[in-house]
Each structure stands twice: as C-alpha cells, then as structure tokens.
Write a new protein. Structure first.
Length: 442
C-alpha cells in the first residue's frame, strides 16, 4: 500500500487539466486587459481614481507599478502584461511566464482594489499555487524545444537525464500538491459561500434570487423571465445553496463528479449571461479542467480526434511550405491535424491524390473523405487550432470575397527545391556533403 502511494505521488497527474487551466487563465487576462484598454488610465494610471502618491502610502508589496509614476512606464507595464498573458496562453516557457503572469495580475489588483470580486480573489490564490504546477506538458509551443535537447550530444544528454531522474520525483510531488491545493481552495470557496447563504433569511425563505435579479447593476435583459416565475426563483435559490454546500463531497464519486461539473458549468454560465459577471464566471470555470483526470481527457481526445481529424498534404520540396507547416504543427495544440508531404513515396497512391492539384494547392482529407484545397484547407486547420481562431474571420472573409485567388497568388511565387534534378530554370546550389539541388520557381 505504501509503495503504491509513493509511486502515485511521485508521478505527475492532472497534466492536461493544468495545461487547460493555464490557457484559460491566460486568455482571461488578455480579454481583461483589452476590455479595459480605453479606460486603463482612469483605473490604474498615475493620475487615475487612485493617485500614485495615495497608492504608495499603502506600501504595496511586489507591485510593478510602484517603481515609477511615469506615463511611459505605465504604458510599458500594461503592454508587458498583455505580452506575458499571450505567452502564457501559447505555453512559451510556462515555468517562467506563469510567475510573471501572477505578478502582473497581483499588481493590477493591488493598484486598484475597488475593482475586485470573488473571482479576482480566487485567481490571485490559484495562480500562486499554479507556479508549483507543471502547466506546460500539453498545449505548449515549448514542448518541441524540450525534445531538441537530445541533439546536444551523448554526454550532455546523459547528464541531463541523470539530473532529471533525481529531480523529477520531487517535481511530481510539488506538482500534485499544487493541484490538490487549487482544488481544495475551490471546494473551500464553495463551502464557505454556501454556508453563509444558508444563514441568510432571504436564502432560507427562497426569495434571494428575486432580489438579486432586481438589482440594475447585476441584471441583463431576460432576467425578468426568471424573477417573475415563482418556481424558478425558489428552485434557483435553494439549488444554489445545495450546489455550493455539496460541491466538495460530490467530487469523491466519479458519476456525481460529472454531474456537479455540469451543474457548475451551467451555474457560472448563467451568472455570466444573466447577471453580466463574465470575468467572474470565467475565472471560476478556469479551475474546472483540474476536476477531470488525464485518462478522462485521453478518452475525450480520442472521441474528438475520430470526428475532427484532418490529414493535410503539403509540398515537402517547398521551403516556405515546410516552414509554415512546422509552425502550424506547433500551434496544433489538440493534435487534430496530421501533416504529410505528398512528395513522400507512395503517398499519392495511398490516399488517391491528384499530384498536379496537390502541387498547385495544399490539400486536406477530412473524416468521411471530404477533400479541401488551398484556402479551404487553411480554414480547416484554423478551426482545429485554438490559437488560430482569431484569424478565422479574416480567412473566411478572404475566401468569401476573393475565393482562391489570394492563396493562388502566394502559392505561384513559392520556390521548389528538387534534389538532384534541374531544368532550364534551375540554379545550382551547393549543399554540405557534395549534394546538389535545383531550385525551381513555381
């Protein structure tokens, strides 16, 4: 029993959930910073609602805004905060970026404490615990950088492996305790708020939801449909207390855990849509990925991959295509796209491709045999990559307005490298080892 417990504790768990939490909290921060961009000077500026001198009287601790009241310095820190949040989302050196992200969030919340809510309090705590967690195991562009260490020579590799064998169990223990602390913090938050609600008169008589939704600041269009219905008010009031008070114990059983996760998603989504507390609901739901195990994520990923998998055929003799595919493969955080060079022997015959069409436009093969090419393939790749979602409106507009013409204009100017072959348009290029390539401009 002790050996099994030791083996479990010295192996990292919840890696997928920790990575998803990192992506969610980073995206939340990007949304938060951009949302307040027009009023950043009023909220956090040196001469805003809390002047710089008044801010310093509170003796702020570890706050990046405490070093200077220069407007240029404030702008620089705001820009740095956005950059750090973006790097957290894409998973660039998360061991470094997550602590910096916590520092920036802490600095903003301490600079103006009038803007905080329960979600902000939870975020500053869980981000501190997240520093101890391995958040870069999945959905991280730094994954490929770690694999590159194997190219640094046998001695260096053996040294690193020896050091890693000693440190890895300790890191696993720290990681697992960090995750458990985050989950425990969430359970304690729900339990405390549930018990506090249970002591209130309006929660005991089932009318609390009615009064909450009648507050203009926390009531969006459509709320009247709920507070005018007696049954919905009573069900929502008692259901909220029951959900919060039983959240922790229901996590101990697999099926009740699924039920409470679904209930929590509906609960916080309803708060965001009906009461307008979007960032609060978002920050609370950011912890939910940790409530599922890696095995459960693998099962969901297999189900998702069978329905969304895409095989993309690119030109392996085109340097521009190869570089682009390398970047796209790194941004394919869910591993839904398989990139294959149609120049590889047997690929055209195996997949039944038209070699001439594949040479003109990048092609893809989806589930059910759906074939796409050109910009349609780029759209299909962007749909499957969360990082590329911001580019989807531009790609769709380009496809709608110009069709394939923009893609064809770019593809027609690419260079093809043909090893050991040349025609009248080739230029010889010396390569290491005495090999000669021909370059053909398409």
């Amino acid at each position: 029993m002790t050996a099994r417990a030791f083996a479990w504790l010295t192996r990292e768990h919840w890696l997928t959930g920790a990575s998803l939490m990192r992506v969610s909290l980073g995206t939340w921060a990007v949304f938060f910073y951009l949302l307040h961009w027009p009023v950043r000077w009023l909220l956090w500026g040196p001469d805003g609602v809390l002047p710089f001198e008044t801010f310093l009287e509170a003796r702020p601790l570890l706050n990046v805004f405490a070093f200077s009241r220069s407007p240029l310095y404030f702008e620089a820190m705001y820009f740095v905060a956005i950059v750090v949040a973006v790097l957290v989302v894409v998973g660039y050196r998360p061991r470094l970026m997550v602590p910096l992200h916590w520092l920036m969030i802490w600095s903003f919340q301490e600079r103006n404490q009038l803007l905080g809510d329960g979600g902000d309090n939870l975020m500053r705590i869980v981000l501190l615990f997240l520093i101890a967690v391995n958040t870069g195991a999945c959905f991280s562009i730094s994954q490929g950088r770690r694999l590159a260490w194997s190219c640094w020579g046998t001695r260096t590799l053996h040294t690193r492996e020896s050091v890693a064998a000693f440190i890895r169990p300790l890191q696993a223990v720290v990681h697992n305790f960090g995750v458990l602390l985050i989950i425990l913090q969430l359970c304690m938050l729900y339990l405390s708020t549930g018990l506090y609600k249970a002591m209130g008169d309006v929660w005991q008589n089932g009318t609390a939801l009615y009064y909450i939704l009648r507050v203009d600041k926390f009531s969006w269009p459509g709320a009247e449909f709920i507070y005018r219905n007696v049954y919905l008010v009573v069900l929502g009031t008692y259901g909220t207390v029951l959900f919060e008070a039983t959240f922790g114990p229901l996590l101990l059983n697999r099926w009740s855990r699924y039920a409470i996760i679904v209930a929590g998603i509906c609960f916080h989504t309803g708060i965001a849509l009906i009461m307008g507390l979007i960032t609060f609901g978002w920050s609370m739901l950011s912890v939910y990925p940790l409530l599922l195990t890696d095995g459960e994520y693998r099962s969901m990923a297999s189900w998702l991959r069978r329905r969304l998998e895409l095989v993309v055929f690119f030109d392996g003799l085109c340097p521009l295509c190869t570089r682009s595919i390398n970047w796209l493969s790194r941004l394919d955080l869910l591993s839904l796209v398989q990139f294959v060079s149609f120049r590889e022997p047997g690929m055209v015959e195996h997949y039944g491709l038209d070699a001439e069409r594949a040479a003109r436009r990048i092609q893809s093969l989806g589930r059910g045999g759906t074939v796409r090419e050109g910009i349609d393939t780029m759209i299909a790749i962007a749909v499957r990559s969360i990082v590329l979602w911001p580019l989807l409106p531009l790609l769709l507009a380009t496809r709608l307005i110009t069709g394939q013409r923009v893609y064809d204009a770019v593809a027609s100017r690419r260079v093809i490298l043909v090893p050991g072959a040349c025609d009248t348009h080739c230029l010889p290029v010396d390569r290491p080892g005495g090999l000669v390539e021909g370059t053909v401009r398409r």
